[in-house]
Structures are given as structure tokens and as C-alpha cells.
Ligand binder design. Structure first.
Ligand SMILES: *Cc1c(COP(=O)(O)O)cnc(C)c1O
Length: 359
């Protein structure tokens, strides 16, 4: 039995950190005359009032979100996009120039950027060519200074779910944190890792409102973890990291989960249709299986395709320079019409390059 202690992972100087105590920490009631926070007592210059500081812990949102996610509110942390919990996790647990984290290329770029910003070393253990975990290689890379392993499932940019039992094996075998980034979980057929939070004190699950919920501009990411980890993140976050406008919009948005599910169904249908169309094109070498709202596609000459499309105002994500993704482009599934335009443009590209060859 391994013994897990969060305090052994936490950077020593944070164990005694006294966090900023906001005016709204000292009195949490709603009624009263508030002369504690130097706000404007009349209202705002805007029609809607924003003159009061928002709830630093977003209790109303968490109470409403908890039953949707099947976790208790005390296991939820909300951040300014997933970017914020990613950065806070690095800052909380990784001592610069001493600790390291493990990432599994090809993967989401922010883990490494956040490590670089915080001067924390990265160890790269590539996924297999079909984008699954090299469990033994990951476990042998772990050393006494490894604090976080980042697993993205469904993986960006490949789109596939990562084998569940392999992820569980990693979580069970290590004493560091394992972050499972489930940004695309709404599109995936299998269960999230949220129910496993009960079992694993070293597990952190990331999700976001930026994809299926269609709220990317609000910047709202979720981290789910043990109460202890949530407390640590709360201690080091900027006090009012989720602004009042975002909180207000989200409270309403949470009433519309069924619309989110409808979007997901339509995107999945569009994805299957797009895959069928792309498969008929002679310039398409491979379409990687996707459990997300995007597909990774290998072309005969991705640079030529990419440039042709850009010139026609169709913007895709070139991934040809990343591990295992040579000649590959990541394509977000759009509306039926957008996808149709893409296919028509690719047919035009084929016709034009064919002509050039014939000349
Ligand atoms: C899009 C994405 C996110 C979401 O980031 P936000 O900051 O919440 O918008 C997180 N992780 C991965 C892997 C993503 O692709």
C-alpha cells in the first residue's frame, strides 16, 4: 500500500502561507450594509450593476454544478480557463529548478508552457504511435522530484481516448499527482475519471466550459480533486479569479445542459459525415480515430493543403511538426455547411494540383 501525503508534494513555503483575506471572506452573509470593500455604493456606470466584488469561491455555481458532475462542491475548483488550474498546479507543487513534471507528446501545449514560465523541468515520454500510454516508460521516468504527470484524454491533437486501465495503473503506481485533462469528455463515449476521485487522492481531473458548452470566451475551467488539493488551489489563486459577469452568465448556462448535449450529438454526426467524405479523397493518407470534436488527418503533402486552404480563408491547425503527426492537420468539426465548404475546397485543391502535374 502506498502512502500518499499531499504535504510531501506541496512546495514547503506554501505550507505556512497566509493567504489574502478578502473583505468577503470575513462576512459571508448576503444581508447588511456593506462598507467593507471600498466599493461604489450607488451602482455602476453600466445599466447592469457590477459594483460589488463577486463571491471569491463561487458557491452558487458550485452548488449547481456539483449534481451535474456527481461530485460534492468541496471537490470543485473553478479557474480563469483551464489555463489557470494548470498554472496553479505547477506553482503549488513544483519547486523551480528542482522538481520536474512528465508530459506525453503529442499533447496539449499549455503543460509545457506553464512549466517553462515557472522554470520547472519537463520530462517527455512519447505516446505510442497510436497515441496510447507507454506505462512502463512513464513509471521508469518518475523520480523523487517528479511532482505531476499530465495525461490528456481524449488526447489533443490526436483525438482518441487513452486506455482507462493504463491511466488507472499510473495513478495507482505513483506518489505524485496525475492530472487527467478531460477537456473533450463531453464528446467521448466512455465515463470520466470523476467517480475515481474517491479512490485516488493524487488524481486531478480537468474539464472546461470552452468546448461542448460553447463558452470559450467566458474563460472558465474546472479542476476536480480532493478537498485538500482544492484548498491549496484556493489558497494561492487570485482572490476574485472568476469575475462577476462570468459567474452570472454561468449560473444561467447551467440550466441548459440539454442544449449542450444537443450540440454534442450534432457535432458527432457532422464528424462522422466529414470522416466519410474525407476518406474518399486521394490526398488523405489517414484519418485518426476520434473521440472528440476534431479529427487529425494525415495528407500526402500537408503543407500544400494547409497553405491552399489558408489562401481560401479556411483555417485549420497544422500539427505536422509534432511527434507522430508528420503531414497531419487537426480539423475542428464545424457546421454541416462549413464542413462541406472544406471538402469542396479540398476537391478544388486536388483538381488544381492534378492540372499542374499534367501541364
Ligand atoms: C481546449 C483545451 C482546454 C481548455 O482550455 P480553456 O483554458 O479551459 O479554454 C484544456 N485542455 C485541452 C487539452 C484543450 O484542448
Amino acid at each position: 500500500m502506498k502512502i500518499f501525503s499531499i504535504n510531501q508534494l506541496l512546495r514547503p513555503h506554501l505550507q505556512t502561507l497566509v493567504p489574502y483575506s478578502s473583505a468577503r471572506d470575513e462576512y459571508t452573509g448576503k444581508e447588511g450594509i456593506f462598507l467593507d470593500a471600498n466599493e461604489n455604493p450607488f451602482g455602476s456606470v453600466t445599466e447592469e450593476p457590477f459594483n460589488r466584488y463577486p463571491d471569491p469561491y463561487q458557491h452558487a455555481i458550485k452548488d449547481k454544478l456539483a449534481p451535474i458532475k456527481g461530485v460534492s462542491p468541496s471537490h470543485i475548483f473553478l479557474g480563469n480557463g483551464s489555463d489557470e488550474p494548470i498554472d496553479l498546479l505547477v506553482r503549488a507543487f513544483c519547486e523551480p529548478q528542482q522538481d520536474n513534471m512528465i508530459i506525453l507528446p503529442p499533447t496539449y501545449g499549455m503543460y509545457e508552457v506553464s512549466a517553462n514560465i515557472n522554470n520547472v523541468a519537463i520530462q517527455k515520454v512519447p505516446l505510442t504511435p497510436d497515441f496510447q500510454l507507454e506505462v512502463n516508460a512513464i513509471l521508469s521516468a518518475v523520480n523523487e522530484h517528479t511532482k505531476i504527470i499530465w495525461i490528456c484524454s481524449p488526447n489533443n491533437p490526436s483525438g482518441n481516448l487513452v486506455d482507462r486501465s493504463a491511466i488507472s495503473r499510473i495513478i495507482q503506481s505513483v506518489n505524485c499527482l496525475v492530472v487527467v485533462d478531460e477537456a473533450y469528455t463531453d464528446f467521448a463515449p466512455s465515463e470520466t475519471f470523476l467517480p475515481d476521485l474517491e479512490k485516488y487522492p493524487n488524481l486531478v481531473v480537468l474539464q472546461t466550459f470552452s468546448k461542448a458548452w460553447g463558452l470559450a470566451a467566458l474563460r472558465l475551467g474546472m479542476a476536480f480533486a480532493s478537498e485538500e488539493i482544492v484548498k491549496i488551489l484556493n489558497k494561492i489563486k487570485p482572490p476574485y479569479n472568476i469575475n462577476g459577469l462570468t459567474q452570472k452568465v454561468l449560473i444561467d448556462a447551467l440550466d441548459h445542459e440539454e442544449l449542450k448535449n444537443k450540440y454534442v450529438q450534432e457535432i458527432l454526426q457532422n464528424r462522422d459525415h466529414l470522416v466519410q467524405k474525407l476518406a474518399t479523397l486521394p490526398i488523405v493518407v489517414k484519418i485518426f480515430p476520434s473521440d472528440a470534436n476534431f479529427i487529425l488527418v494525415r495528407f500526402t503533402d500537408s503543407m500544400a493543403v494547409f497553405n491552399f486552404l489558408i489562401n481560401n480563408k479556411m483555417i485549420l491547425r497544422d500539427r505536422s511538426k509534432v511527434k507522430w503527426c508528420d503531414n497531419s492537420i487537426r480539423i475542428t468539426v464545424g457546421t454541416a455547411r462549413e464542413n462541406e465548404t472544406l471538402v469542396v475546397l479540398l476537391q478544388k485543391f486536388i483538381a488544381e494540383t492534378h492540372l499542374t502535374h499534367a501541364l
